[in-house]
Design a protein around this ligand. Structure first.
Ligand code: GLY
Ligand code: MN
Ligand code: MN
Length: 399
C-alpha cells in the first residue's frame, strides 16, 4: 500500500481529500452546473461490509457519513458505488478527467471524446494559475513551516563529524508531518558533490564539515499546498572562499530574477535575467576563454553549468499548472496572485575537466517562493537568510 494523495484538481474544486471520491458537474437548464460529490458512505455493519470489505471501517477507521460530508463540503453527496451506473447512462457530451480510476474511465468510453477530455484537463490546470487569498495564506504557512524545518536541520548538522543525508531527510520530514500533511516532494539532501546532481533523492551520503549541503525541501500543508525552497549551506557554518564566490554569483542571479517578477512582465523575464547574470559571472571567471557574455548567452554555453530552468508555479502541485497552455504560462504574462519559484543554480560536476579544479564538485542553488503582488512581488520564504553573511550568522545562532 502507498499513502493516498488525492488528485489536486479534485482537491481544488471540493476541498475534500477522501480516498474513493469523484465530483460530478451536471449541466442544469438555467445555465451552469449542479455539483455532486460521490463518496464512500459509512460501512454497513449488518451485511458484513464493516469487516469483510477491504476498505471496511473496521480496518481503515471511521469515515464521515454522507450527511456529515454534505455539511463539511457544502455539496450534495451521493454513494460513489452508484457512480459508474450513472455514468453508463450518460448520453454525452461528457468530459472526464481520465487516468485516476480505470473503472470510471471505462464506464464512459463511448460518450466522451479524448480531445475534449484533454481540453478539460488543460482548463483545470489553467484555473489554478492565479491563487486566491486562502491559497496564498496556505502557501505562506507552508513557507514558514519549511523555514522551521531548515532550522531543525541546521541544529543537527555536525561541525566535527559527518551527518547522514538520511538524518537530514528524516529531520525535515518530522517537521513536515508535525506542521503539515507531508513533504510536498521528496527532499533533496545533497551534500558535497551530490549537490551537482539535480535529482539527488537517494540521500544515502554524508554531509561532512567543509562540504556544502544543498537542501531542497518543502512542507505540504494539511490543505495540500506545498512550499519549494532550497538553501545551500556550509556544513561547518563557514563558507570557503571558492564556495562564497560561486554562492555570490547564484545570489546575484537570484536577485536579478526576483527583481523581474512583477505584474505585466513576461513569465520568462525572470529566467532570462537570472541566466544572463550567471553567464556574465562564468565569463568573468574565464570559463569560456575569449568569448564575451553576449556570445556565451546567445549560444547557451552557460547552460552546461546552469542545467535547469529558473522557476515554475507552485501550489497544490510542486510544479503547479503544468498542463497549462504555453501562451498562458511559459509564454504568458505574470499576474497578481501567481506564486512561483526563482531558483537559479550553478553545478560543476566533479569530473568536469573543462573547469579549474577548485570549482569541481560544487553545486549551489538558492530557491525562494515569490508571490506576484499588485506592485511587484513578495518573497514568501524571506524568513530564511540568503546572503552568505546572513547564512553564517543564522547557523551560528541556531547552534
Ligand atoms: N524541488 C523541485 C524543484 O525545485 O523544482
Ligand atoms: Mn526545489
Ligand atoms: Mn522548484
Amino acid at each position: 500500500d502507498y499513502p493516498f494523495r488525492p488528485c489536486s484538481d479534485y482537491v481544488y474544486l471540493t476541498g475534500d481529500q477522501s480516498q474513493e471520491a469523484a465530483l460530478v458537474l451536471e449541466p442544469v437548464a438555467e445555465g451552469g452546473h449542479r455539483a455532486v460529490a460521490y463518496l464512500l458512505p459509512r460501512s454497513n455493519r449488518e451485511n458484513g461490509e464493516f469487516w469483510n470489505d477491504y476498505h471496511g471501517e473496521l480496518w481503515d477507521g471511521r469515515r464521515n457519513s454522507l450527511t456529515e460530508n454534505e455539511q463539511l463540503l457544502g455539496l450534495p453527496c451521493a454513494d460513489v458505488r452508484t457512480l459508474t451506473g450513472k455514468l453508463a447512462e450518460a448520453t454525452g457530451p461528457v468530459r472526464l478527467l481520465r487516468g485516476h480510476d480505470a473503472t470510471v474511465d471505462h464506464a464512459l468510453h463511448t460518450a466522451v471524446t479524448v480531445q475534449a477530455d484533454e481540453e478539460f484537463r488543460v482548463f483545470l490546470s489553467e484555473m489554478r494559475l492565479v491563487k486566491d487569498d486562502f491559497e496564498i495564506a496556505d502557501l505562506r504557512f507552508a513557507c514558514e513551516a519549511t523555514a522551521r524545518g531548515f532550522e531543525d536541520v541546521v541544529r543537527i548538522l555536525g561541525t566535527d563529524q559527518p551527518t547522514l543525508e538520511r538524518a537530514i531527510e528524516g529531520t525535515f520530514f518530522l517537521r513536515a508531518r508535525i506542521e503539515g500533511n507531508d513533504v510536498g516532494y521528496t527532499s533533496v539532501c545533497a551534500a558535497g558533490p551530490h549537490a551537482t546532481t539535480l535529482h539527488w533523492i537517494r540521500n544515502d551520503g554524508q554531509a561532512r564539515p567543509g562540504d556544502l549541503l544543498l537542501l531542497d525541501a518543502g512542507v505540504e500543508t494539511n490543505n495540500l499546498y506545498t512550499a519549494d525552497i532550497t538553501r545551500t549551506l556550509p556544513v561547518s557554518g563557514r563558507f570557503t572562499p571558492i564556495q562564497r564566490k560561486v554562492y555570490n554569483a547564484v545570489l546575484a542571479a537570484q536577485d536579478a530574477g526576483i527583481a523581474a517578477v512583477k505584474p505585466g512582465a513576461a513569465f520568462r523575464d525572470f529566467h532570462h535575467a537570472a541566466q544572463r547574470t550567471l553567464a556574465e559571472h562564468l565569463v568573468s571567471w574565464g570559463l569560456f576563454g575569449d568569448r564575451d557574455a553576449d556570445e556565451v548567452y546567445h549560444l547557451g554555453l552557460h547552460r552546461r553549468f546552469t542545467l535547469a530552468g529558473t522557476g515554475h508555479m507552485i501550489g497544490l502541485d510542486v510544479h503547479d499548472c503544468a498542463l497549462a497552455r504555453t501562451d498562458l504560462y511559459v509564454d504568458g504574462t505574470l499576474e497578481p496572485g501567481m506564486v512561483l519559484t526563482v531558483e537559479p543554480g550553478l553545478y560543476f560536476q566533479s569530473d568536469d575537466l573543462t573547469v579549474p579544479e577548485e570549482y569541481r564538485g560544487i553545486g549551489i542553488r538558492i530557491e525562494d517562493d515569490i508571490l506576484v503582488t499588485d506592485n511587484g512581488n513578495e518573497n514568501l520564504s524571506t524568513t530564511l537568510p540568503r546572503t552568505p553573511d546572513q547564512v553564517e550568522t543564522w547557523m551560528a545562532t541556531l547552534r
